[in-house]
Design a protein around this ligand. Structure first.
Ligand SMILES: [Zn+2]
Length: 336
């Protein structure tokens, strides 16, 4: 695990071939890259889940990354009881397990409670604890295992900047890289866990950063931005949570995130029919207009992350070339 103790790293700034970029990931997933824990798989997931939250310099903060990292581990370790490191002689568990357990005890949270449902205070505390410890070796280890080609980082200033060539590459092969990551992660976890927690393991990993409760977005969108009608067919929506679905415009299975710029309100019929498909390009234009309105209302801008129209167009394009190429639109439309 060369690089694990680095305080900072710089990606090699030269032209890279596709073969070289693939070999960086092959190296990471090969047996040459040793695993004493699952952290590098978890950290790669945190980067992949935040791929569309980068700023204009392709930079992510450690708070963004370790926010996702903590959520993933909370759900895997506490909710599903899956160990991430072999049982050691130390009876109090690894640092990560200790940090999770300490927070759960302090705030009297039972293990089945998913991360999304714990209080903001508890979330902030546990993220800070895990960031301060894990940033010391996790960021440098993944940097070394991807041959110093994937990103630059500074532990002191707490940022990570993705190599622009690698960014294009990773967006283009996002689903393939994610699947490799989950496969190797699952293989590692099978070695150190009992069969009792292993059922649906790949789904547990895949959904470890998924939220169920999007009601806050439903309220804001319903009240302020969508004229109380279905984004797709234009049908009037009644203000009843059951009948107003929050739809991920670019499917969540691809984007793995719940930012306001990708959420619209839909009637159950449209939401269920659209499912994991992309909506036709006229709806992309409609969403760009809708988002323009949200950005104008400053107080809601915090829910927009690092949104830009250019990013949304890019994400739509990347989803298509990753296999989301079935284009959907409702049969009956009132207005578009
Ligand atoms: Zn509809």
């Amino acid at each position: 695990m060369a690089g694990y103790d680095l305080a900072e790293g710089r990606y090699e700034n030269r032209a890279l071939s596709d073969d070289e970029m693939w070999s960086a990931f092959s190296n990471l997933f090969s047996s040459r890259s040793k695993n004493s824990s699952s952290y590098k798989f978890g950290f790669l997931k945190a980067i992949m889940d935040n791929l569309y939250n980068v700023d204009e310099n392709l930079t992510l903060t450690f708070d963004q990354l370790f926010g996702t990292f903590t959520e993933v581990y909370w759900n895997l370790v506490l909710k599903h009881g899956i160990r991430q490191q072999p049982v050691s002689e130390r009876s109090d568990g690894t640092y990560l397990e200790q940090a999770l357990n300490l927070t759960a005890v302090k705030y009297t949270i039972t293990p089945e409670i998913p991360f999304e449902s714990i209080s903001d205070e508890a979330k902030i505390e546990v993220c800070k604890r895990i960031k301060s410890k894990c940033k010391v070796n996790v960021v440098g280890a993944l940097f070394g295992d991807t041959k110093g080609l994937f990103y630059s980082f500074s532990r002191k200033e707490e940022w990570l900047q993705i190599n622009p060539q690698m960014y294009q590459f990773v967006c283009k092969h996002k689903l393939a890289i994610e699947k490799l990551n989950y496969y190797e992660w699952a293989k590692y976890l099978e070695k150190i866990n009992d069969d009792s927690v292993m059922d649906h393991l790949l789904t547990k990993i895949d959904k470890s950063s998924e939220r169920e409760n999007l009601s806050i977005y439903r309220r804001i969108l319903f009240e302020e931005f969508e004229n109380e009608s279905c984004f797709y067919c234009g049908k009037k929506l009644s203000n009843d949570g059951q009948k107003v679905h929050v739809d991920h415009f670019v499917p969540r299975a691809f984007i793995k995130d719940d930012k306001m710029w990708n959420l619209v309100l839909a009637c159950p019929t449209c939401n269920l029919q659209k499912n994991d498909k992309l909506a036709s390009i006229i709806y992309l234009e409609k969403l760009l207009d809708r988002n323009k309105k949200i950005v104008l209302v400053n107080k809601k801008a915090k829910d927009m992350g690092t949104y830009s129209a250019q990013n949304l167009r890019a994400v739509y394009y990347w989803a298509k070339i990753n296999g989301y190429d079935t284009i959907w639109q409702p049969k009956k439309m009132k207005e578009v």
